[in-house]
Design a protein around this ligand. Structure first.
Ligand code: PA5
Length: 424
């Protein structure tokens, strides 16, 4: 499903030097004895995920699809990026669906929130509020607004039936409130943190409502967990990617630029940025994860990548088989002199742009490239890719010597904001 190509990265001669450390941290991942070991549940999740909860997700998704034309997903960070990334990756940006899915609770932007309330006022709406801690301010604020919206529109009793809360199984304000109100609830496992949670109910309910095959997604994750189980770098592409990042960092590369050539993978890049950025950016360490969408951004950021400062490398995600493709037509007048492309498919042109850019950035720009060739953009491949990234991220961050599963720095802005807002 994923072919890793390191021929443009020039890192492999360093792998042997990392094997001892990789074996050490591999054991910690498997035995759950490393830093942040309370949050390594994602490692075995594709095998031992909660099947009863999984069936409940499917039933709720079916009920929502039958009863509503709009789902509001209220969550931030790991509580929304994964599901949005998966849905867009598989269905594109203009999906043919009977239900629209909107994301809120991920911003304080008054314009965004009010426009969304206005947009759905005449729609048939369900709300899935997602928060592991149950206290995240962006999410709680939007949830209150949408709860009031539902109550005004449908009355308290019907509103109650239209809210599904995905949260911790026992703790937190949202859990207590959902229990008191009698909302349907879904549970986030204790040992899986937000940015590792897309394959739990956090991601699966919105994904299933969108109509993606979540069985196939879990199968993809399971197959990846088998494919990337070896402690040997040479036999484990997730570890090769993990180590490559560290090797490039040692060569003075401080920025990892996630590159794709599909507009509908922009949210996948956002999900990836959170996974790596929040996992490793601590103790004054870490690669800065950034992203571009080519060829769009070749016309804005391409200049910098080609000739700007040399402290970045690219991680290039290429899709072998796009979901849709078409042959570029011929024009009898060739008024735009584009007939040289006639008979080629749109994807052939895209792939030529990718190869030409790779050569330009690597050969002339001196930018190392790690290439991930993904066979397709299906539910199965998303599950596979997600598990690949979790394993790569866990290992890569352990190699950096920090805890991949906490995010203490996120509290600092909150403390200041609460003070400014007079929170007791
Ligand atoms: O990865 C993480 O833990 C965070 O990004 C959280 O997902 C994010 O802050 C949202 O937290 P919560 O689900 O508790 O509202």
């Amino acid at each position: 499903m994923i072919k890793l190509d390191l021929s443009y990265a020039h890192v492999e001669n360093e792998f042997a030097n990392y094997q001892k450390e990789v074996s050490h941290y591999h054991k910690q991942l498997v035995d759950k004895t490393g830093l942040g070991n309370d949050y390594v549940g994602w490692y075995t999740w594709p095998t031992n995920y909660d099947k009863t909860e999984f069936e409940k997700v499917k039933e709720l998704a079916k009920m929502i699809r039958e009863n509503a034309d709009t789902l509001i997903v209220c969550g931030i960070g790991g509580s929304y990026l994964g599901s949005r990334a998966a849905i867009e990756m598989v269905q594109g940006l203009f999906p043919k669906r009977d239900i629209d899915i909107y994301f809120v609770g991920n911003t304080f932007s008054s314009t965004y929130i009010i426009q969304l309330l206005e947009k759905v006022k005449d729609r048939n709406v369900y709300v899935n509020v997602i928060s592991k801690s149950g206290t995240t301010t962006e999410t709680a604020m939007a949830f209150r607004l949408f709860k009031h919206f539902l109550e005004n529109k449908y009355g308290a009793e019907e509103a109650r039936k239209r809210i599904i809360a995905t949260t911790d199984k026992a703790r937190g304000t949202l859990k207590n409130f959902a229990t008191n109100m009698g909302y349907e609830t879904l549970t986030i496992p204790d040992d899986i943190g937000g940015r590792y949670s897309v394959l739990t109910s956090v991601g699966l309910l919105p994904i299933a409502v969108a109509g993606l095959d979540i069985d196939a997604m879990m199968k993809g994750a399971f197959d990846a967990s088998v494919a990337y189980a070896s402690e040997e770098i040479e036999k484990n592409d997730a570890y090769k990617y993990a180590v490559s990042r560290r090797v490039l960092e040692k060569q003075g590369k401080n920025i990892e630029l996630f590159v794709s050539y599909e507009s509908h993978l922009a949210m996948l890049a956002e999900w990836w940025k959170q996974l790596f950025g929040e996992s490793e950016g601590k103790e004054d360490k870490g690669l800065f994860p950034a992203s571009v969408n080519f060829s769009t951004d070749l016309h804005s950021m391409g200049q910098f990548v080609q000739e700007g400062s040399k402290d970045l490398f690219e991680t290039l995600v290429l899709i072998d088989k796009p979901n849709l493709d078409a042959v570029f037509p011929s024009d009898k007048d060739d008024y735009d002199q584009m007939n040289y492309l006639s008979g080629k498919t749109l994807d052939q042109v895209n792939k030529s742009a990718a190869l030409g850019t790779l050569q330009a950035h690597h050969d002339e720009g001196g930018i190392p490239n790690i290439i991930l060739n993904l066979e397709e953009t299906s539910a199965y491949s998303f599950g596979y890719l997600a598990q690949f990234m979790f394993i790569a991220c866990g290992m890569s961050v352990y190699l950096l010597g920090v805890n991949p599963f906490n995010q203490p720095g996120v509290e600092v802005y909150k403390k200041n904001m609460f003070r400014l807002l007079g929170k007791k």
